[in-house]
Design a protein around this ligand. Structure first.
Ligand code: GLC
Length: 515
């Protein structure tokens, strides 16, 4: 059976399941929905979410943490409640038809962006145990991409305000509104400055402090319309900084790994917001992300050539052969080093540029890159392929099924980030037995331990410099030749638990402590 047919079949089944779930949802009576009262009610506000529309790790977290929270079951006498976590996100133009068709229209309202009244349509979808709300406004969200537009500030100010406007339409009163990154930072700001919802607390999670939502001082008059006495909440460095407002106003401020929480107190790590972070340190929590272990499961993954598990990973060799065949690389037993990443400076591309030609010249290894980003980096990787046609493939694209094939078919995963709040690829790499090489930063440091120091699930280098990276890649290539020990390392990495099972409980504790 060809992969295309297999895939079409799966999509059809998913669509049928989505439609079934949604018609089941339509039968839920309002009284029953109100019984959600004995659950802890969380509204998770996010600018992106898998499987609907995403561009990076935040979307994956938003697509897996709420489901994990809803699956938590209290045991007798432990004092915990069940959680009803629902998600709200923009109805982007690129959300697939199969999901749109299964959505239920709940109505509309308006919000004021200073003097302009803007339409807010509301849709609902029940999907895999989570209720999703989609905010519709074609003018703001029916575009080719998610971000990168001249009016992003206004688009997400609108989205954040719309979150308050839809609350009376939900039949669900959140006790906690959990916001994520600068695009949603205005929710805690408006709660503090104007809405003052009495029974609602806010959490603001920083997934990456590098992107803060910085605007000129005129942004308040043009878009936000905060009363003069409250503008100080978002003022920073002579302009307006939305992330600063989120950190200041939220009841709890969290980030995506314990180590990144420490790094945020440092001027370099915090991209200038360290003073604000330190001032709010008492409400800061660092909780390591998990991954969706159902989507990333080599024993059931429909996108890969052969399924395999930690117990029996013979199938991985077939995946590797198939990957080499697909990429047109020599089908031989040499280590394949993969990098699956957005191509931006934080991901460590400049140190890769300084070592990869030498490694490809001197060692019998193959390298495959999957990713898009900075055009200069994209061209450099294209050039690397031209210089090493028998060893390198640079796939300048964003392609989820192909990423699974690369995770499954490679041996070593390169994550040499200069900074990495959490990082998910190193966890996915472990899950597929593709041993990560990481730099000791942010969540990479919290999730990967160096096998050269005893037992470890990967390779870790401390200093952000090309020599440390080169040495570590050479050590990994060396260990790959020692089949017995490499096999043990692969098995150990595959057995790591990177599911949400632990961190979802930590979030539950955090929420419970707030109410
Ligand atoms: C951002 C961070 C990444 C993190 C992800 C999910 O994309 O850059 O490190 O894993 O958010 O929290």
């Amino acid at each position: 059976m060809s992969k295309e047919i297999k895939k079409a079949d799966i999509e059809l089944k998913e669509a049928e399941a989505a439609a079934e779930e949604s018609s089941a949802a339509a039968e839920v009576k309002p009284e029953e929905e109100k019984k959600a009262d004995d659950k802890l009610r969380i509204l998770y506000v996010t600018p992106e979410c898998t499987p609907f529309a995403h561009s990076g790790g935040l979307g994956e977290v938003a697509g897996s943490l709420p489901g994990a929270l809803n699956r938590l079951r209290p045991s007798a006498g432990d004092g915990h409640k069940r959680i009803d976590c629902r998600v709200v996100m923009p109805l982007y133009g690129q959300i697939p038809e199969k999901f749109r068709n299964a959505m239920k229209y709940l109505g509309y309202t308006n919000v004021a962006i200073t003097w302009r009244q803007q339409y807010v349509g509301l849709y609902e979808l029940h999907h895999e145990g989570v209720i999703y709300y989609f905010i519709d406004n074609e003018y703001y969200f029916h575009r080719d991409g998610l971000y990168g537009y001249y009016d992003d500030g206004e688009r997400f100010a609108f989205f954040s305000k719309a979150v308050f406007a839809i609350l009376p339409m939900l039949g669900f009163e959140p006790q906690i509104i959990h916001c994520n990154d600068w695009q949603t930072a205005l929710v805690p700001v408006w709660q503090t400055a104007t809405y003052h919802l009495a029974d609602t607390k806010t959490v603001f999670s920083v997934h990456n402090i590098e992107y803060q939502g910085n605007y000129g001082s005129g942004f308040n008059d043009d878009v936000l319309g905060l009363p003069g006495t409250e503008v100080h909440l978002v003022e920073f460095g002579g302009g307006i900084n939305l992330m600063k407002g989120g950190i200041e106003c939220a009841n709890v401020f969290s980030t995506v790994s314990p180590n990144y929480a420490e790094e945020l107190k440092d001027p370099i790590g915090a991209f200038g917001l360290d003073g604000i972070v330190r001032r709010n340190e008492s409400k800061l929590k660092g909780i390591l992300n998990g991954i969706n272990v159902k989507d990333y499961d080599p024993s059931h993954d429909p996108d890969i050539a052969a399924q395999y598990s930690a117990k029996d990973h013979a199938g991985k060799a077939l995946c590797k052969q198939e990957l080499q065949r697909y990429l047109g690389l020599p089908e031989k037993d040499v280590p394949i080093i993969a990098m699956i990443s957005r191509l931006v400076p934080a991901k460590g591309v400049d140190i890769v540029q300084q070592v990869m030609d030498d490694i490809m010249d001197q060692y019998d290894a193959q390298f495959v890159l999957l990713g898009t980003g900075n055009p200069g980096y994209e061209n450099w990787f294209r050039g690397l392929e031209v210089r090493h046609p028998d060893r390198v493939r640079s796939l300048i694209m964003f392609n989820i099924p192909l990423s699974h094939q690369i995770y499954a078919g490679s041996d070593i995963l390169l994550v040499p980030s200069r900074s990495e709040p959490c990082g998910l690829t190193q966890m996915i790499g472990c899950r597929y037995g593709t041993v990560p090489i990481v730099r000791a930063t942010g969540g990479l440091k919290d999730s990967i331990t160096d096998c050269r120091l005893g037992s470890g699930n990967g390779f870790v280098f401390e200093n952000y410099d090309p020599d440390s990276l080169r040495e570590t890649i050479i050590d990994a290539i060396g260990l790959y030749q020692d089949k017995e020990n490499w096999d043990k390392l692969v098995t150990f990495a595959m057995k790591q638990d990177f599911s949400w099972s632990h961190s979802a409980k930590v979030y539950r504790e955090m929420y419970e402590s707030m109410i």
